[in-house]
Write a protein that binds this ligand. Sequence first.
Ligand code: GLU
Length: 505
Amino acid sequence: MLPPPMTVRVRIAPSPTGDPHVGTAYIGLLNWCFARRHGGQFILRIEDTDQTRCTEASAQAIYESLRWLGLTYDEGPDVGGDRGPYVQSERVKLGIYKKYADQLVAQGDAYYCFCTARDLDAMKARQRAANEPIMYDRRHRGLDLGEAQKRIDACEPYVVRMKTPLAGDFVYKDRLRKQPVVKAWKDIDDQVLLKSDGWPTYHLAAVVDDHLMGITHVIRAEEWLNSLPKHIWLNERLGFTPPEYVHVGLLRNADKSKISKRKNPTSLLWYRRQGFLPEAMLNFLATLGHSFPDGRELFSHQELAQVFDLDRINVAGPVFDLAKLRHLQGQWFRKMDPARQKAEVHRAIDERFDQLLPLLKERMACGGDFIAAAQTFYAAKVDPHLDELVPKGWTAAQARKVLEICQTAFKNHLAGEGNAWDVASLEGLVRGLIGEQSTLPFEHTEEQKAFAALWAPKGVFMALRVAATGSKESPPLFDTLAALGPMAVIERTGAAIHKLGVVKA
Ligand code: GLU
C-alpha cells in the first residue's frame, strides 16, 4: 500500500539582526513556491537565540517586508498557528530545548563541558602555533557524569556539547547536487548545543523546531551545508525523522563573493524605498533560481508556483545583478495602469520630501522651485567638473586619494551592523578621518607631511561636496550626504575617483 501523501511543510527561519535581507526574500520565494505548488504550508519562524544581536524592530521589519512582497505565510509569529510559538526566544522560556539537551546527555550523545573562555583561547593559541585545525579538543568528552553533576551543583558554568562520532564519514545526497556531501566525522566539532546561559545554539533549536513544527523540507542557502552533518546526526539521536535538506546557491556579487552590503544594497527596505515594485523584485529573484519552462522573462510568483519544480533550482552561484533588476523593474512599471504609476511617482517623491524640504527651502521662493532645487537628490548620477573636484592647492592625485579613503570609510560604516546613515554619524565619521589622517607619525617623509596637511575640513568637505552633488554649492554637507543615502554617496564618490584617475599628471 502506498504511504499517505505527505503534506509539504516548509519554513524560512531568519534571524532578526539588522535590516531584512534580500537573501531572506530569495529563500522565502523558493519555499513559498514549493509550498504553493504542492498545496502545503509555508511557515515563518524567527530565530533569535543570539540575544546580543537580535531586535524586535528587525523582526517587525521582516514581517512587513514579506507582506510587501506578497510572500504570505500560513503560520508565523504575527499570524499564529497550532505549532507555535514561532519565535525561538519564546520557546526557550517554555523549556523546549533544554529538555532535548538533557535527553541527549542522558543517552550519552552529549556531554557537559566546563571550559572557560580563557581555556578556549589558550586552546586556539596552541593549535595555531602547532598549525593544527582550530577546533574544540574534546577534552571534557570523557568526564564522568557524576563528577560533572558535582561541578554543576557547585554552580560552575558549563555548556552542553554534542558527542559526534570520531570515525567514519558523513554522507548525504542533496537532490540538487551531483556529488554527495562527504565529510569525515573526525573533522567535525563537538558543537555546543546549550550555552552557559541555558540558551540553545542555532543547531539544536533549528533541529528541534523543524521536528516539532512538522517541517518536511528544509530549503536553505548552501552556507548551511557545513552544518548538515550536525543536523542529521541530531535528528537521528533524538529519534526524529529528518526533513529533506536541500541547499540552494547563495546570492553573489558580480565578483562571485557572497552578496554583501559593500557591493550591493542588501536591505529589502532600501529597494522598497527606491520604488522597486514587489512584482519586479520577486520576478528578478525568481530568475536567479528557477527559469520559466517556456523561457518567458516576465512572470509573477503565483505563475511560477504553478510550474515550480524543486529539482530545477539553479545552484550555481546566482549573481545579483542590479542592472537586470532595473531592466525587469522597467518592464513591470511601464505595463502598470496609469493610476498606479502616478501613485508610484508620488510615493517616490514623498519618500524623501520631508527630509529634503527643510534643507532646500532656503533656495526656494515657491513650491515649483522644489523640482530644480532637489535635482541632485533625484538624479541617477552627477557629472562634477574636474577643476571643482580638486580643491585649491591640491593635485588631482591627492583629491583622488582623499576621496578613496573617504569612500572606504563610508563602505565600512555601511557594512558595520547597526550603523545609522544620519547627519551625526556621518559628521563623526568624516571628522574622525580628518583627525586620524592629519596626525603624522613621529618619523615621516615630506610626502606624508604634504598629504596630512590636506586633511582639514575646508578642502575635504569641498571634495566630498562636489563629488556627491556635482556642484560647489549645496545645503550643509552632512545633511546632504544623509539625504542622498549611502548608495548614491558611495556610487558618486566612486565616479569622482574614477574621473580623477584618468587625469594626466
Ligand atoms: N537562522 C538561520 C539564518 O538566519 C536559518 C538557517 C536555516 O534555514 O536553517 O539563516
